[in-house]
Design a protein around this ligand. Structure first.
Ligand code: AMP
Length: 402
């Protein structure tokens, strides 16, 4: 691996290791954690460090605090869930720098983990402040960076802190970077990307990068409407779809770049139109030549499109996916997303396709399709996954290059 991993830290017995995790979990108004996935996926790294004899000090950001003491965004709320997932006592310290932290580290026993207060209680964290980073790591011997989902931000704990001590990727970061590299940087070809979601404007960099890298690019969801309009389908308009009129020329340029790079763009061949934007609304599937200009909205792609996508997928060895193919939150407009996701899952399980997915709504769309455990890899990251797909170097990853 071209990045530093825990092996590069040498003997950790008796050492104090600071672990930058992403414990920014969803929480309800009673401070109850509603999804522990981020905690659970950090735990293997903590356990491994403990098994190597290290004393582990966990740090993370949480929410968008308005300054120190904003209790709503205190990491103290997650102590119980972390203890449960870890199976060890977790001692919470209500600060992340200073004497209190140093004293707590000194008092640590081998069988407990320290969790420090929200890094973002200090504005210096977001500013990437070096002095803050130094203070943060002053009481520890080594630093492990495991928060892939924050790796696109050059915050103090993601970059500056890493440079202050012997440092390495945690196992989650390592797993994410390996999976994403196999998906886009060094994939087995042919390589297909599926990009769905709402608007072209939010995924321009992504599309521009993908047309140069992938062999087949499926464009679906709301963003496909702008491409359909650019291809002369006049009945697609702002009243019945998410078409972005100011993006028509951009869509044409993306299609021209794709052609120049031998990238096959797969657009909808038929669409599901609905009388209303709600679950169970009256709907029908129409060919591109029969899209009603009024009274119906384009909410999903149809059976012909599903077949075309799946057939092209059968020619591919790798699939990278971001964004739903339709309005998957409303049944039955999750039909195409589910059908294509299930096909990808079957091919993955049969060992014929490597599948990597991530970014925002994609994870919920894929769990809605019942395939969340059937893809090769589903990333925990949102923004970082998208920036990786955009071909950008993530500062929190780059800083740990060997
Ligand atoms: P994004 O955050 O850009 O990945 O977009 C995800 C959102 O796109 C989801 O909430 C979907 O409901 C929405 N979406 C997908 N297809 C369509 C469509 N045909 N019309 C409107 N919204 C859509």
């Amino acid at each position: 691996m071209q990045y530093k991993t825990i092996e590069d830290l040498g003997n950790l017995n008796g050492k104090v290791v600071m672990l930058r995790a992403d414990l920014n979990v969803p929480m309800d108004e009673n401070f109850k954690v509603t999804n522990t996935a981020r905690i659970d996926r950090t735990v293997p790294t903590i356990k491994e460090l403990m098994s190597k004899g290290a004393k582990v000090v966990v740090i993370s950001h949480f929410g968008r605090p308005e300054g120190k003491g904003d209790m709503k965004n205190s990491l103290s709320h997650i102590v119980k869930d972390l203890e449960k997932s870890l199976g060890h006592k977790v001692v919470f310290v209500d600060d992340c720098i200073g004497e209190k932290v140093a004293a707590a580290i000194k008092a640590m026993s081998n069988d407990e983990v320290l969790l420090l207060e929200n890094l973002r209680f200090y504005n210096e964290e977001k500013k990437g402040d070096e002095a803050f980073a130094k203070e943060l790591t002053a009481p520890v011997d080594a630093y492990v960076s495991d928060a892939f989902s924050t790796a696109h931000r050059a915050h103090a704990s993601m970059v500056a802190a890493v440079k202050t001590k012997p440092a390495a990727f945690g196992r989650l970061m390592e797993e994410e970077v390996n999976a994403l590299s196999k998906g886009l940087n060094d994939p087995q070809r042919p390589l297909m990307a599926i990009v769905g979601g709402s608007k072209v404007s939010t995924k321009l960099d992504l599309l521009n990068n993908l047309v140069k890298k992938v062999d087949k690019l499926v464009i679906s969801g709301g963003m496909a409407h702008t491409f359909m309009k650019a291809n002369g389908i006049d009945t697609v308009n702002e009243a019945n779809s998410l078409v972005q009129m100011d993006m028509i020329d951009t869509a044409k340029e993306i299609m021209a770049t794709a052609k120049a790079n031998n990238c096959d763009i797969i657009l909808p061949e038929d669409v599901v139109v609905s009388k209303e934007f709600k679950a169970g609304a009256e709907h029908k599937t129409v060919d591109l030549s029969n899209i009603p200009a009024e009274g119906w909205s384009l909410l999903d792609v149809g059976e012909k499109t599903i077949k075309a996508i799946n057939a092209k997928m059968d020619e591919c060895k790798t699939l990278v996916w971001n964004g739903p193919l339709g309005v998957f939150e409303l049944k039955p407009f999750d039909t195409a997303t589910n059908a294509v996701a299930q096909h990808a899952a079957e091919r993955t399980q049969a060992g014929k396709l490597m599948t990597v997915a991530g970014g925002g709504d994609t994870v919920s769309a894929l769990s809605n399709a019942g395939v969340e455990n059937k893809f090769t890899y589903i990333s925990t990251a949102g923004g970082a996954f998208l920036e990786w797909m955009e071909g950008k170097e993530l500062p929190g990853v780059a800083v740990l290059k060997k």
